[in-house]
Design a protein around this ligand. Sequence first.
Ligand code: SF4
Length: 240
Amino acid sequence: MTGSIASVADADVKELVETLNFAQKVERSVNLIEQACREFGDRLVVANSLGKDSCAVWHLAKRVSLKIRGFIVTTRFKPAETRQFMAEEVRRHPELRVFSSEEEIADKLYATDPDQCCEILKVRPARQAVKEMNVACWVTGLRCTEGRTRTDFKEVEERDEGLIKLNPILTWYEREVWQYLALNRVPVNPLYAKGYRSLGCWPCTKITQGVDERAGRWVGTSKCGGECGIHTRPLLGEQQ
Ligand code: SF4
């Protein structure tokens, strides 16, 4: 892969999902991160949600450079297992910074207005991370096979002008993520052993079966299987 990272923005994602094998996908992901790292230097930062996809991306990034920094957005509603796993990850990687909001919110806002709850507890701290860490390119664990809201993302996007978003494992299947984590013995959140497939705050995450990997998120609300807003709301230039 040569040239600017933006040159891969038009890649046919669906074709890549279906035609590349596991090893080719891993190679492509490493190349994407390497190329972005060359282009953005220490302004390339990984958004680490502590889910399995983020664990894979974080591991891939560390293969490229041990110096790559990351940020975690956490909330008061994260399960105890996630808080424990976060503490272990930050101990292992002090270059991971943790952001959260202490703002007062209405009781059970997650039930009455989950969009507003996510905006305050997740999106605003993510904006703060982008600003404080002087991020020019953020790297995510988004995958286009993950659920109904994730089918039309690109490997390289610029939803906010001046802020590139790199989705280096966009083309990976869920099985390929687990394959990568197992082959590289990457530690994961113990909640997966209990049957969760997609992790979030405890009031908004259930164990589910079925095709849609994110079906257990925001069950019973209009956001069911959807997004917290970090991937859909502006992260630059919006009033907090
Ligand atoms: S996932 Fe639920 S509890 Fe967490 S910030 Fe969003 S609405 Fe609130």
